[in-house]
Design a protein around this ligand. Sequence first.
Ligand code: CDP
Length: 240
Amino acid sequence: MLASGSRAVHSILPMPPIVPPASPVVPVIAIDGPTASGKGTIAQRVAAALGFHYLDSGAIYRVAALAALEAGLDPGQAEAVAALARTLRPEFAAGSIRLGGRDITEAIRAEPVGNAASRIAVHPEVRQALFELQRGFRQPPGLVADGRDMGSVVFPDAQLKVFLTASPEARAARRHKQLIEKGIPANISTLARDLRERDARDMQRAAAPLVAVQGARQLDSSSLDIDQVVERVLGWYRAG
Ligand code: CDP
């Protein structure tokens, strides 16, 4: 009988603490940078090389902007745009984006939608409304996410953070080429002006401004080609 004997009490080993099994960490590579810095192309190529998922967070802001414009809202109406954004369930599949069953892949790329996206993105309520939607992309085996605040706010524990820049001239030229190739008319000086305005809004807003977070690898891609940038990012990731 062990009921009250002190020897028995001393011989009982303390129970090991109950530790839940560690949830496997899904790796994230965050690629942030200003408009038209080439983040999207680089992020997609890095994701393909690693077999990871890809999040184009700018597309999520664009979807919300398109929905807001179509609902007759002004991008300045923070609460109304946030309320609408909370209801959106865009579907991303094989390079296309659908909203309510409609293919909006091309529609969100129009420059007025990009400008409206940049304007709704200044509102903390709107950013909060789109937060979980973005976090949901973190699925095994890993994620490459591009945007403005991937490394600072949405995935602060990302394994690798890259801040990709390029000169304003290089960025305006790239955006021009991108639009013309899609058959969308574009004027380079208008693009350069819009780009400066977007840079200013992205960097000066109080909510999640565009900044290179501590620990981010900075890369100026003005004189590098796509392969060189992709190799650099993969090299950093593989070096751990
Ligand atoms: O055309 P651009 O490269 O500026 O845009 P995008 O990456 O498609 O994103 C559209 C707009 O959403 C940007 O101009 C940003 O102001 C905003 N955005 C943001 O605030 N935070 C993100 N993570 C991604 C985009």
